[in-house]
Design a protein around this ligand. Structure first.
Ligand code: F0G
Length: 458
């Protein structure tokens, strides 16, 4: 019998969890104005709000915390990280930042001006926020298959080359400073982009004089899918695949809180020296000196170690295997999810889950609140609240996908937790017909409203 995969690590430190009552949770979520971001973490039993900065560091990463060199300039921790990045990504220039959106802020300050167009695959909300804040526009060119949650496609994060070329033909190249390839594509379900697509997008970008840039937050998970789903890569290591992926782009912004398994951190890598020089000025202004970029020396060391561990096949197999395990459990109960499951999360199709609820009453948010009340499980809405309003008309934007994301922190929960989550969702599924009323907004911010929005029951 072939032996199954199992986590290539064991537990040394544990963090106890409080199991609250339904009555407590009903009170707490009301006090939180039905916004799950407002809950205190002690009020949550299983926290699937995000996989960002919530992973468990290894003993080697904790050792790096002790070894951190806190010199203002030229710290050895910086050079440790620089070496790993050169080895792994083969990019000549590198700037540390305190997280992913900070990397976006620095790079976009050097690249994007008012009136610009930035095509890509379902830009993440902070990415889109940093584009729109500069009065530029993000155009989503993801393949249509990404929006059909029940149809299997191995690379639902792919960019549609025809859509992309249309953008390139419609606008002059001096209006398109970059094209963002998000690996994996978070918004459409942690869905990967194939090597073939990366290569073709890169070729098209270069043909039209546009820079292909990765949003690389989950690049290692993307590489895992290339290895396991794309022909010709089955015998390559994750690290070899990563190097090839990066060979097609001119640079990347990175949120290290994901695939580098640290609690805080980010960086920019670039091929072009003059762009690096330009971005360096913004890095010093917004983040800090070039060899620490808003991070402590110890953070840089833990990040260097995390990059090496996060690109190991055995770790990725267990990580992505757990996401698939939860997905299978839900599918067995008939619960509609984005298939196949992606790298970091299971995305429940809230439109199909709650068909009796009007979209104006926030289907995915309603499902997220139900799941919290049912089992103390905190997921997050990836739907109308997140999609914000049209910056010009101020009308609600209703995205094609209305999803409840259950993001799994790395190396944190067991499959018993997955069984618990699946049971809680199954209970809601069994009474879904009776959920006919959702929520209305009582207060919201002008941009990125989902973090602070306040709601009441309709
Ligand atoms: N790009 C992607 C694809 C992301 O998923 C995120 C963050 C960022 C950029 C920004 O990075 O948080 O370090 O500033 N995603 C988190 C999430 C917040 O929950 O999906 P950051």
């Amino acid at each position: 019998m072939e032996l199954p995969y199992a986590e290539p690590y064991k537990m040394k430190v544990i963090e106890p969890l409080y199991r609250s009552s339904r009555q407590e949770r009903e009170q707490w979520i009301k006090e939180a104005r039905y916004n799950l971001f407002n809950l205190k973490s002690e009020q949550v039993f299983i926290d699937l709000l995000t996989d960002s900065g919530t992973g468990a560091m290894s003993q080697y990463q904790w050792s790096e915390i002790m070894l951190g060199d806190e010199s203002y300039a030229g710290s050895s921790s910086f050079f440790k990280l620089k070496n790993v990045i050169t080895q792994l990504l083969d990019m000549p220039h590198f700037l540390p930042t305190h997280q992913g959106r900070a990397a976006e802020n620095v790079l976009f300050s050097a690249l994007i001006k008012e009136g610009d167009i930035v095509p890509g695959n379902s830009h993440f909300d902070t990415t889109k926020g940093h584009i729109e804040y500069r009065k530029a526009r993000a155009i989503d060119c993801t393949i249509d298959e990404a929006c059909n949650t029940s149809e299997f496609h191995p690379f639902k994060g792919n960019i549609d080359l025809e859509k992309l070329e249309e953008v390139f033909k419609k606008y002059p190249s001096d209006k398109i400073p970059l094209c963002i390839i998000t690996v994996t594509c978070n918004t459409s379900g942690g869905q990967p982009v194939s090597m073939e697509n990366i290569r073709e997008v890169s070729a098209l970008c270069h043909k039209y004089g546009v820079m292909p840039i990765f949003d690389a937050a989950r690049f290692a998970e993307n590489a895992y899918f290339i290895k396991t789903r794309e022909q010709g890569f089955e015998n390559k290591t994750i690290k070899e695949i990563v190097k090839e992926m990066f060979s097609y782009v001119e640079g990347a912004t990175m949120s290290s809180k994901k695939d580098a398994i640290v609690n805080i951190g980010g960086f920019i890598v670039l091929r072009d020296k003059s762009l690096f020089d330009k971005a360096s000025v913004f890095n010093i202004m917004y983040e800090g000196y070039l060899t620490y970029g808003g991070l402590a020396g110890r953070d840089l060391g833990a990040l260097a170690q995390g990059l090496m561990e996060g690109t190991e096949f055995d770790y990725l197999e267990a990580r992505i295997g757990q996401v698939a395990y939860l997905g299978e459990k839900l599918t067995q109960s008939g619960i509609p999810i984005q298939v196949p499951t992606g790298g970091h999360a299971v995305f429940v199709d809230a439109k199909k889950f709650l068909p009796n609820l009007p979209k104006e009453e926030y289907q995915a948010q309603t499902l997220a609140i139900e799941l919290y009340i049912e089992g103390g499980v905190r997921g997050v809405e990836i739907g109308t609240l997140l999609a914000d309003r049209n910056p010009v008309t101020r009308e609600n934007r209703y995205p094609q996908l209305e999803l409840l994301r259950l993001a799994l922190p790395r190396r944190v929960y067991t499959n018993n937790h997955m069984d618990y989550i699946a049971a809680a969702l199954k209970n809601i599924w069994d009474r879904r017909e009776s959920i006919t009323k959702g929520f209305r907004i009582t207060s919201e911010a002008p941009i990125m409203r989902h973090f602070t929005v306040e709601l009441e029951r309709v």
